[in-house]
Design a protein around this ligand. Structure first.
Ligand SMILES: [Zn+2]
Length: 367
């Protein structure tokens, strides 16, 4: 293939990322601006790797100057080159990233956002950024450093970042910027699933929305659903419909559940009652009980509205929309913000060498 044709072919592959909800969410990670900017350059083809230089007629070759076995795309220069892989492998979340499934930088980052926690995501960005700096060092004549040294440097930057952010959160809470935590959403056991259901009925009763979401032991979103209900409904009936919506999703997927929570005390009393329900909502109550039996759980739990914020925000948001909405793994930013606020920062990031384990506890409010 003539060089001109090769360049045109490469141009055809250029990745111009769509600013999806994923990306908007990414900007809220509060990594240093130089790293956000770096991510953006990687995704838009403005990282001066050999692939980009070749496209702009600045270089005669697009091959990686370090390994010489592949084109140096942004993804190769930061993740796929053998030395980059060696650094990433030291992060405990490496296997979750399914190496090889993404063919460009943007899809890699979008995949990572879906499978990593927010704190893991910060460490990933720091590693990608450091891998690029290391690449520049080597290309300009520096000696390659061992992967362990690079990883430890990334880890050090990451722990400092987390520490500073947690201190800021603490200060904001102490200064009354963030309300103190009285009761918070708690995740299920590590392998468990928890369902939260909520409803939103407007003052005149004309806009009724129901929402449900399933989260795992790490607090990450597994699936969320929301639907607008037509007709006037009392909050309790709407809440029962929300429970049915969430439980049906569990049954359809064959998932077992650990706990179901709602902030409607009346619905909880009806469902958990021993007798046949003689209230007008009796049919709905029977259906909830039947679905609960299908997912292997007895009874539902009442929590304050503040604990059920994620389900409520879905219900409120879909109340004025038409149709049924579902989000797998990642939802819109208004939902992911609440999910992030709910999530406890109780992850462990094991260092592959040295055996040290970092575990932070507390809550992340303004990630
Ligand atoms: Zn390479």
């Amino acid at each position: 293939m003539a060089m001109k044709d090769a360049r045109e072919s490469l141009n055809g592959q250029q990745v111009v990322p769509v600013v999806t909800e994923h990306w908007r969410h990414l900007w809220k990670l509060r990594v240093p601006p130089k790293m956000s900017h770096f991510l953006w350059r990687c995704s838009t083809g403005y990282l001066p790797c050999m692939w980009a230089l070749f496209q702009r007629w600045i270089s005669n070759s697009s091959m990686c100057p370090r390994c010489h076995v592949a084109e140096e795309t942004p993804l190769h220069a930061t993740r796929s080159c053998s030395l980059c892989v060696a650094v990433l492998e030291r992060a405990s979340f490496y296997l979750k990233l399914n190496p090889g499934t993404s063919n460009n930088f943007s899809s890699f980052i979008e995949h990572a956002i879906q499978v990593l926690t927010l704190d893991e995501m910060k460490l990933l960005i720091i590693i990608l950024w450091s891998n690029w700096n290391e690449r520049n060092l080597v290309v300009h004549g520096g000696q390659p450093r061992p992967a362990l040294v690079i990883f430890n440097q990334c880890y050090s930057i990451w722990t400092s970042l987390i520490t500073v952010q947690e201190r800021e959160t603490c200060d904001r809470r102490n200064n009354g910027v963030i309300a103190p935590d009285i009761v918070r959403w708690t995740p299920p056991s590590p392998q468990g699933l928890k369902l939260n259901c909520g409803e939103s009925v407007s003052n005149n009763g004309s806009h009724v929305g129901i929402g449900a979401l399933i989260r795992g032991g790490d607090g990450n979103l597994v699936l969320a659903v929301g639907e607008r209900l037509i007709g006037r409904l009392q909050p309790c009936a709407a809440e029962l419909q929300a429970l049915i919506l969430g439980l049906e999703v569990m049954v359809e997927n064959g998932w077992r559940m650990e706990k179901v929570e709602t902030d409607c005390l009346e619905a909880v009393q009806l469902v958990n009652g021993c007798d046949d329900c003689l209230a007008p909502e009796g049919v709905l109550v029977d259906k909830v009980r039947m679905l609960l039996a299908s997912v292997g759980i007895q009874g539902i739990s009442h929590v304050p509205r503040s604990v059920n914020g994620a389900a409520y925000v879905i219900a409120k948001s879909v109340a004025r929309l038409n149709g049924r909405f579902s989000w797998l793994g990642v939802g819109p930013h208004w939902l992911m913000d609440v999910v992030a606020d709910d999530r406890p920062v109780t992850h462990g990031c094991n260092r592959a060498v040295g055996g040290n384990s970092l575990s932070t506890t507390g809550f992340s409010h303004i990630l």
